[in-house]
Design a protein around this ligand. Structure first.
Ligand code: ADP
Ligand code: MG
Length: 325
């Protein structure tokens, strides 16, 4: 990994749903380097968005440690944010929902720099150049969100995030709501921006082909935990966790908003009642008796990737997984 900028340790987030407690993120370690894109994948409901929000410090209820530039991010909460943490930004799936329909684009992009002490006129100039950087005309500053297409609005949301000179961006399904032609263009834009500004980016997506194409590393999440993380090509070429292997065979869901791993029986369990031992064992084609009782430790393989599965051995080369049919 390149220079570490975000270090997540033992992060946990618990929601209350009626009488039930849902540990949406159940003890996660994650590192992000400058100039790096980390793809975060996993089935719907596994905790990706919750992890992303906790990583940028906009969830009050997060436990554990998130360190950014040597300062603790977790538990800052929305509204109480130290300006230092404006350097952590999030981009959401629906850019319309995150832009105010009644304010001019330029004003909205200028808000962040103004909070950071820039004069409003300078901030509007900055907004113009950022709009050009993301492929829109500078005169868009005087227009309103409804005058733009979905893809253009996502570019505006990206310009607004860039305006505060972020070091880390969590992009949560940033292209999922866009038409196919804008998807590739916005993905390429993000890749170029990460390179140009040497930011770190966590890219959350259910589009595995895009994740594979743009991510330097990938983290695979299942029911609140990261089961495997490593360099993208290694993960695709030789998955070391059975869930990763199943995910690689996944096909898009009919609604286009999720994917279904083909080789797995059953559905994702209710996170309010996570299975004992390895959380994946009831669906795992390779589960052994001990998997129902023993929580697998995270180990490092010879190639540096980390995996939580008893089928692999610390420090060893990855063992090839074969699902019995
Ligand atoms: P993903 O982004 O991977 O689809 P989420 O982080 O949105 O997953 O959700 C993880 C789990 O937490 C799900 O079971 C979801 O229903 C639950 N959850 C998410 N947000 C809330 C909330 N505000 N209150 C209660 N439960 C929530
Ligand atoms: Mg989500």
């Amino acid at each position: 990994m390149k220079d570490l900028i975000l270090d997540v340790k033992d992060l946990a987030v618990e929601y209350t749903r009626g009488d039930l407690k849902v540990r949406a993120v159940a003890g996660v370690d994650l590192q992000l380097g400058a100039g790096e894109i980390l793809g975060l994948v996993g089935e719907s409901g596994c905790g990706k968005s919750t992890l992303g929000k906790a990583a940028v410090g906009i969830l009050d209820r997060a436990e554990g440690d998130v360190t950014f530039d040597g300062k603790s991010v977790a538990k800052i909460g929305r509204g109480k944010r130290d300006p230092h943490f404006l350097s952590l930004q999030m981009i959401f799936q629906d850019p319309y929902g995150s832009l105010n329909p009644r304010r001019k684009i330029g004003e909205q992009i200028a808000d962040g720099p103004v909070i950071q002490g820039m004069s409003r006129s300078d901030a509007i100039e900055k907004a113009k150049s950022l709009l050009e950087r993301v492929g829109l005309p500078a005169n868009a500053v005087d227009r309103f969100p409804h005058q733009f297409s979905g893809g253009q609005r996502q570019r505006i949301a990206i310009a607004r995030a860039l305006a505060i000179n972020p070091r880390v961006i969590v992009a949560d399904e940033p292209i999922s709501a866009l038409d196919t032609s804008s998807q590739a263009a916005v993905a390429n834009l993000l890749v170029n921006l990460v390179e140009e500004f040497q930011m770190g980016m966590i890219f959350i997506s259910h589009d595995l082909s895009i994740v594979r194409r743009i991510s330097d590393r990938v983290a695979v999440m299942y029911l609140g935990k990261i089961v495997e993380t490593g360099r993208t090509e290694e993960i695709w070429n030789s998955p070391s966790h059975p869930y990763t292997k199943a995910l690689m065979s996944a096909i898009p869901h009919a609604d286009g908003k999720a994917f279904m791993p083909l080789d797995l029986p059953g559905d994702v369990p209710n996170p309010a009642y996570p299975p004992s031992g390895c959380r994946f064992h009831p669906r795992c084609p390779m589960a052994m008796a001990s998997c129902a009782t023993e929580v697998p430790k995270q180990i490092a393989l010879a190639d540096g990737r980390k995996v939580s599965c008893v089928l692999q051995s610390e420090g060893a080369a990855v063992k090839t997984l074969n699902f019995a049919k």
